[in-house]
Design a protein. Sequence first.
Lengths: 340, 229
Amino acid sequence: MATSIDDPVYEVFDVTKEFDGKRILSIPHLTFSKGKIYCLYGPNGSGKTTLFEILSLLQRPTHGRIVYNGHEVYPKGEGFSKLRLHTTLVNQNPLLFDTTVERNVDYGLRIRKVSRDERSKKVQECLDVVGLGGFQKRKSRTLSGGESQRVSIARALCISPQVLFLDEFSANIDYENRIGLENIIKNINRRYGTTIIFTTHYMDQAYRLSDNVVHIFKGRTVSAHIRNIFRGTIKKTDRGMVFENDKLTVLVKSPRQGEAVIAVPPEAITVSRDQLSSSMRNCLQGSIRHIIDDGKSVVCRIDTGEVLEVVITKESFREMGLEPGSSVYLYFKASSVEVL
Amino acid sequence: MEFLITGLKQACLLLLTLDREVITITGISLKISTVAIIFATAVGVPAGFIIGVNTFRGKSIIVTLLNTLMAFPTVVVGLLVYSMVSHQGPLGPMGLLFTPVAMIMGQFILATPIIMSLTISATQAVDPRVRNTATVLGANAFQSGIAILLEARFAMIAAVVAGFGRVIGEVGASMMLGGNIRGYTRNIPTAIALETSKGEFSLGLALGVILLSVALIINFFLRFLQHKR
């Protein structure tokens, strides 16, 4: 979670959003620092898009205060128009205007009454940044999905935003293009010092690209390690409190019974190829589905009926000789399971 | 059959020799319908756009009403405007009856619902993301409106052309409001009606060919626009 206090560009205080009387977002405090890359990460319906749209002025919060560069945007409305001119958003399925690439990229400058010469220079520069130099006269309708996405990033970049919002920018794009886009985004951040806030549902991307990952679940920010989130019911049995759904049975420490959502922190899970005799009361058996190398450590997705994510050091990963399909045992304490 | 062939031959002759009468009648037709369409566009496009991009109570009623008005019988429009501009009507003192102005008024009433209704459809067909995209790039309400209009430009042109197609060939309102005065309010449709009733097929046929050509040119123009996209 972003708690850095150096040079905040956005500060969010007690922001809530209600829809049809139901609270869908509740953020007590969040800070975004200038020149950093942030990721809002969470499952569908977690409220990340709502927060995203509030920050990018597409939605109003129901309550709360948002400060942008020292100006109170909500509820006072200070600096609202400035914010609109200094920030921009690129959508998951970006829309390009039905005209040339150049007319798309320089749109923001045209409405800001920038001269033709300056516009054409800036368009050239922005298209070069996204690797589409020379595409000026192409009709937007003739571009591929990846090219369209890059044109929309160039169009956003063209207005030299202080904050660039990217909503699931690589959702419909193949792996190679995704990595290409990530490099473009890093490059933009380094070259122009642009603060970048993006949403994604690729965890590896969240950690690869951003300085800070803001985890959002059920409309709240949650501590970063909450990843293995499951829905089910908690019942009192003679073994203690047991969380159950049709795929998973886990011992938990919980004062309450009934419907619940639990999270098993990946770091709290011990992975072993053999069965252990351990004080840890939860033992699950599964096979490795997916392995992600995130630089410092290795993230494995293990199918035990439900898919659990675990984080292990590179060293033990090598020692155990793990590979997709390997059968493993997962151990974790009942007390390490968070009941949300 | 004989008279038809003779008529066609004479019609070709009239067209090839650029007959004065034919030219005058065509000129009046084009002039009156063009002016009517300019006014109808000035009213129909902005009104249709505003209705199209906004949601409000009673919108569907307005749209249904406009769709009904698209099929407004021309003689009823003639009757309505006649009652306004005739000597006993509220606009009587202005002496507009049997003038091109009265014809323009009639054609304006015929074309506006068509242009408005098709503009509503055109703006509603524009991807809703256009407005959002313009907004996040810094556009104000007016500028994002222009962005929507630009996206709908081809459909808008089609709307205006459809309005023109409706009025250039209508006879009812023109006859009642213009009075078919030679060299003044006699346009192609009223001339065809008159000449046919007189048994003068050749002039009627020549004018019919011109009317068909206008329709053809309009369609070629639309096809050209669609190909250009």
